[in-house]
Each structure stands twice: as C-alpha cells, then as structure tokens.
Ligand binder design. Sequence first.
Ligand code: HEM
Length: 137
Amino acid sequence: MSLTDKQRQLVSASFAQLVPVTKEATSVFYNHLWSIAPETKTMFHLEDIEQQGIKLMQTLGIAVRAIHDLNTIGPFLYDLGQRHITYGVSKDQYNLVKSALLTMIEHCLGGDFTPEVREAWDVTYNIITDLTLTAYD
Ligand code: HEM
C-alpha cells in the first residue's frame, strides 16, 4: 500500500483547508463517531473534547508533514498505538475512526471533496493505521 505523488499533494492541500476549521471539524468527527459507535463515547474524557480535537489535528499534521514517507514516523505511531491499547481501543475500532475522519473531511471540504481526495485520505489513513497497529502485535 503506497501513495502516488498526486495523492500526497491532495492530502497536503486538503489538510491545509481543515486546519482553520479545527473546532468545527472536531465536532463533526466526534458526533459521527458517537452516532455510528455510541459505545466509544465513554472512552473519552468529554470535558477535554476540544483539546482532543486539537491533538487529533496535530497528529494528522505530523503525518501530513511526513507524507513523502510515512514509515519515517513509524516509531511515533507505534508509541501512539501503545497508548491506544491503554485507552482500551481495539483493532476493529480503527475502521470506525476512518469513517469519522472521512465524514469530517467531506464536511469541511464541501465541493472540493472529490473521489480522488477521498481515496487519497483513505489510503493515507490505512498506512497510518497499519503502523499504529504494529503496537498490537
Ligand atoms: C490512527 C488513528 C488514530 C489517531 C491518529 C489518534 C490520535 C489520538 C491522539 C493524538 C490522542 C491524544 C492522546 C495521545 O496522544 O495518546 C488520542 C487519544 C485517544 N484516542 Fe485516538 N487516535 C486514533 C485512533 C483511535 C481509535 C480507533 C479510537 C477508538 C475509539 C481512539 C480513541 C482514543 C481515546 C479513547 C483517546 C483518549 C481520550 C481521553 O483520554 O480522553 N483513537 N488519539
């Protein structure tokens, strides 16, 4: 699984559109996640949810800056995976978060969310998740 140069460009350019609307993006992300998987709601410290959204966006930012080769952040994602094990997150739940992420991007990009942009994020998320899940082995 790897990204084409065009997909790398699409991910970087669309991420730049998300950053200024982090608050709105966060709200769409968690509302979608909790609507498709209500059982995940109690896993989060709800009073910190805005901070949580900022952290999510920062992590996506780290990935976007490493988009030329996501393996370079393998150790960082391994550590993230280790922490997610302690949060009680199961492997299966990563697909739920993919759905929330794509919904969030679609919402924030509107007409710019083309099938190509969707596919580029889908592949990016899958690569990030594979590296994160190495902590579960
Ligand atoms: C690769 C995808 C994911 C990324 C990039 C990500 C990112 C983050 C980040 C940056 C944090 C902040 C704390 C830390 O750095 O350890 C966090 C916390 C957390 N994440 Fe994720 N996450 C991902 C997948 C998931 C999944 C699938 C779930 C399942 C529901 C989840 C649930 C949580 C929970 C419960 C916390 C702690 C919340 C709290 O203590 O209030 N994450 N995540």
